[in-house]
Design a protein around this ligand. Structure first.
Ligand SMILES: NC(=O)c1ccc[n+]([C@@H]2O[C@H](COP(=O)([O-])OP(=O)(O)OC[C@H]3O[C@@H](n4cnc5c(N)ncnc54)[C@H](O)[C@@H]3O)[C@@H](O)[C@H]2O)c1
Length: 264
């Protein structure tokens, strides 16, 4: 039986993180050639925020994919920088010959009440989560058009669906990603480019560990009908489906993977 992404070329952002790494591994295992990208350690290239260990995680993920016989490369990409997007797409085409799938996975979180929000923090989170997603779609569309189509997967969140009361700036970006997804899906449907979003529930990754205070964890898990965090692989299988031709009749919609959080 052929692999589910055989012959496809994928570019994924934020691949050094918990969800990004799991997705890159699964897509490579299913036959894709994967261009992993992440915010680099070099502060001159990285203009949005310093990376701490996540670039090294991305390197290790590439090595792990290669050690299992898969195809993977690593490329520095700060998603807030348009010129870096153009270079990353060029580099992917030069390395693997084309680009079929973009996973706009990079994201940052900001756990704070509204009165503690600052203009700088708001602009930073909008820059990475929302503008980064828009720049990514803009950069890959010409390449996908040349290639006869493609699939774009934008990372939204359950926090783009229902209010949480602790992260207004983050929520605004994830709600925006869901609508940007719908708008772009309509715009490029005739080009055979499908654009969908994934809305993860709660996953114990760097994002969660580094920004949500420990005392908030238990009450948050209590709100999940399945009473647990998701596992990164459970997101990766969603991405795999949206990246593959199995989802060929899906565009402009959300895939919610949240243990029932948004059910009530
Ligand atoms: N973990 C969760 O509970 C959860 C829930 C809902 C949605 N999400 C979304 O899933 C996505 C992945 O999150 P994660 O949990 O793996 O987080 P993570 O912190 O483990 O990974 C995020 C990655 O994005 C990278 N990144 C940050 N700023 C960047 C920039 N400017 N340019 C390029 N890369 C940048 C980081 O270096 C990191 O590798 C994010 O969009 C996040 O908002 C996560």
């Amino acid at each position: 039986m052929s692999k589910r992404l055989q012959g496809k070329v994928v570019l994924i952002t934020g691949a050094g993180g918990g969800l990004g790494s799991a997705q890159a591994k699964l897509m490579a295992k299913e036959g894709a050639s994967v261009m992993l990208t992440n915010l680099p350690e070099d502060p001159i290239i990285a203009q949005s925020q310093p990376a701490t260990g996540l670039w090294d995680n991305a390197k290790q993920t590439v090595e792990s994919i290669r050690s299992e016989g898969g195809q993977a490369e690593l490329c520095a990409l700060d998603v807030t920088q348009e010129e870096q997007w153009i270079q990353a797409v060029k580099h992917t085409e030069q390395t693997f010959g084309k680009l079929d799938v973009l996973v706009n996975n990079a994201g940052i979180y900001y756990h704070a009440g509204l009165l503690d929000h600052t203009i700088d923090k708001f602009q930073q989170i909008v820059g990475v989560n929302q503008l980064g997603c828009l720049l990514g779609m803009k950069a890959v569309v010409p390449s996908m058009r040349n290639n006869g189509g493609g699939s774009i997967i934008n990372f939204a969140s359950i926090y783009g669906i229902s209010g949480a009361g602790t992260s207004t700036a983050y929520q605004s970006t994830k709600g925006a990603v869901r609508l940007m997804t719908r708008s772009a899906a309509l715009e490029f449907v005739a080009d055979n480019i499908r654009i969908n979003s994934i809305c993860p529930g709660m996953f114990d990754t760097n994002l969660f560990e580094s920004s949500v205070p420990k005392e908030a964890w238990e009450p948050l898990i209590e709100m999940v009908p399945m009473k647990r965090f998701g596992k990164p692989e459970e997101i990766a299988y969603g991405t795999l489906f949206l990246a593959s031709d199995e989802s060929s009749f899906m565009t402009g919609t959300d895939l919610v993977i949240d243990g029932g959080y948004t059910c009530p």
